[in-house]
Design a protein around this ligand. Structure first.
Ligand SMILES: [Zn+2]
Length: 213
């Protein structure tokens, strides 16, 4: 199983999980240092050999603006909603071959809705089509769960598993309560979850997600 690398800010705040390739790039470029590595596993490139990083720390503090943290990508949206349509309740595994999970705006963009966490939910494509341009009350389709902004770290966890070493840093910074919540989330996580994720990439720009009303 391929695990990502936990990226910490210069302040040691856990930021996100990054794919191993990206973690190595940051280290090689001098933008991050290895805090914890798996000593028995190495990665080799043409010019160097280094232990496989489990936790890296950015050498320069990056200020993560609130608005970037709040950006919704489908990867994280589906993870927040446990890969389940928030109208009919079907999980991804029960969708038919031509159906897919999509992003639905509870209040459609065309009706003044926004693209914020509190206005988007995971919907299967048939439910999204059926709801169309209407408000929930107009068609009697209310989301099963009221959409809220998730904790950033929950999302990182939801899309990539943490190793025990990495979990220690989450506990150090956020405490046991958050870690227990993360573990509960992990046990609920769907096996068909997307592994496409790089939240550092998300911090830089909103890289994924076609929006559909
Ligand atoms: Zn549905």
């Amino acid at each position: 199983m391929i695990l990502g690398c936990l990226a910490l800010n210069a302040s040691f705040e856990p930021l996100t999980m990054v794919p191993m390739r990206r973690a190595l790039r940051l280290v090689i470029d001098g933008k991050a240092e290895i805090v914890e590595a798996e000593q028995d596993r190495v990665v080799r490139s043409e010019r160097l050999t280094m232990p496989r990083p489990a936790v890296i720390r950015l050498t320069k503090f990056i200020h993560v603006p609130r608005r970037f943290r709040r950006q919704v990508t489908n990867t994280f949206l589906f993870a927040r909603d446990h890969y389940r349509c928030q109208y009919c309740g079907r999980p991804a595994a029960e969708l038919r071959p031509r159906e897919a999970l999509t992003r639905d705006h509870v209040i459609p963009i065309s009706r003044g809705g926004t693209n914020d966490w509190t206005n988007v939910v995971t919907a299967c494509s048939p439910c999204n089509t059926r709801k169309g341009n209407r408000l929930p009350a107009e068609i009697g389709m209310m989301p099963l769960t009221r959409p809220v902004e998730p904790h950033f770290v929950h999302l990182s966890w939801a899309v990539r598993r943490l190793t025990q070493t990495q979990a220690r840093y989450i506990r150090t910074f956020y405490g046991d309560a958050i870690l227990h919540q993360l573990e509960a989330l992990e046990h609920r996580t769907h096996p068909h979850r997307s592994t496409h994720s790089s939240a550092l990439h998300v911090l830089e720009h909103d890289g994924s997600g076609e929006a559909a009303d």
